[in-house]
Design a protein around this ligand. Structure first.
Ligand code: SIN
Length: 284
C-alpha cells in the first residue's frame, strides 16, 4: 500500500478546501499523489497552481480519484481524448472547439444521472484577465448552519432532476435533444440532503437547471423552496471564489458542494479549460 505523505497546504476559505503547495503533478511520486488524493477527501476541494499537464496526464491524474467518466455532449471532447471535455469560446475553422459558458448557474455535475460524478477537475489552458471566476459553495457548512428544526423539515425531501428540462430551458447552449440523448438520460430523483459516504457528514444538496420539483410538493411552492435553499447555500459565508491563472487545477467534491462559472467579456478574451470527471455513487 502507498503511504500518503503530509503535504504543505493552506485553506481556500476557513473550514473549506485546501491549496496544495509545492507539488508538480506531472513529476510527483506515488506517495505525493496519494497525499493529494487524501487532501481532497479531507477538504472537499483542492487547488494546485502552476501545473503543466498533457491531456493523458490529466486523465491519469483524475483516475487516482475514481474511474474517469464520459461526457454527455461528445462533440466538445478533445479529439483523441474522450474523457477530456473542452470549455471554450474559441472557434477553429468556424466551428466551436468547446462548450461556451457551459457551467454558468449554480449546480452539481451530472445531477441528471442516477450516479452523478463524484468529482470535477478543471485545468486552466487560457484564461481572461478579468471575469470567469469559478465559485464553490460548501453544502456541509450550509447544512450545519441551519437550525435543528429546519434540518428536520428538510431531511428526507427528494428532488426530481431532468436533463431534457435543463437543455430546453438553460440560458446558454439550449438544445433540442436527439432521441439517443433522451433515451440515455431519463429523469431521476435524488435526496435534497446528501450524506457523504466517507464519514456520514450531511450536505445541503439542491441544484438549479435540472430540478423540476420537490417530490410530493406542488409548484411553485417546491421550486421556491429550492431557490431559497440555493440562495442560502451560495451566500457569502459558504462560498469560495477562485480567480484563474493558466496552469491551475481546481477540483471539487460534487457530493457536498455546488459550483458555478461566471461570465467574462468574450469579445475581448479567450477562455479554455479542460474538464474531467471521476465516476460517483448513487446519492443517499
Ligand atoms: C462547470 O460547471 O463544469 C465549469 C465551471 C466553469 O467553467 O467555471
Amino acid at each position: 500500500m502507498t503511504t500518503a505523505v503530509q503535504l504543505k497546504t493552506r485553506e481556500l476559505k476557513p473550514g473549506f478546501g485546501a491549496e496544495i503547495l509545492d507539488v508538480d503533478l506531472a513529476r510527483a511520486d506515488a506517495e505525493t499523489l496519494a497525499g493529494v488524493v487524501d487532501t481532497f477527501h479531507r477538504h472537499g476541494a483542492i487547488l494546485l497552481r502552476g501545473q503543466d499537464m498533457m491531456p493523458q496526464q490529466l486523465v491519469d491524474f483524475v483516475a487516482l480519484f475514481g474511474e474517469p467518466e464520459d461526457h454527455t455532449q461528445k462533440q466538445f471532447t478533445l479529439p483523441g481524448h474522450p474523457k477530456v471535455f473542452v470549455l471554450s469560446n474559441r472557434e477553429v475553422d468556424g466551428k466551436p472547439i468547446g462548450a461556451h459558458n457551459d457551467g454558468v448557474g449554480w449546480h452539481t455535475d451530472y445531477s441528471y444521472k442516477a450516479k452523478p460524478v463524484m468529482c470535477t477537475m478543471l485545468y486552466a489552458v487560457e484564461v481572461p484577465d478579468e471575469g470567469s471566476d469559478t465559485l464553490l459553495a460548501d453544502g456541509c457548512a450550509a447544512w450545519n448552519a441551519l437550525s435543528p428544526e429546519r434540518q428536520k423539515e428538510l431531511d428526507g425531501l427528494r428532488l426530481h432532476h431532468s436533463y431534457q428540462h435543463f437543455m430546453a430551458t438553460r440560458e446558454f447552449g439550449r438544445q433540442e435533444l436527439s432521441e439517443e440523448l433522451k433515451r440515455d438520460n431519463p429523469d431521476v430523483e435524488h435526496p435534497l440532503i446528501r450524506t457523504h459516504p466517507a464519514d456520514g457528514r450531511k450536505a445541503l444538496w439542491p441544484s438549479t437547471g435540472t430540478v423540476t420539483e420537490v417530490v410530493g410538493m406542488e409548484n411553485p411552492k417546491g421550486l421556491e423552496l429550492v431557490d431559497e435553499l440555493v440562495e442560502f447555500m451560495t451566500s457569502e459565508p459558504f462560498v469560495f471564489r477562485h480567480k484563474w491563472q493558466v496552469g491551475d487545477i481546481l477540483m471539487w467534491d460534487n457530493r457536498c458542494t455546488l459550483h458555478t462559472g461566471t461570465l467574462y467579456d468574450d469579445t475581448k478574451y479567450f477562455r479554455t479549460m479542460h474538464r474531467l470527471w471521476a465516476k460517483g455513487d448513487a446519492p443517499y
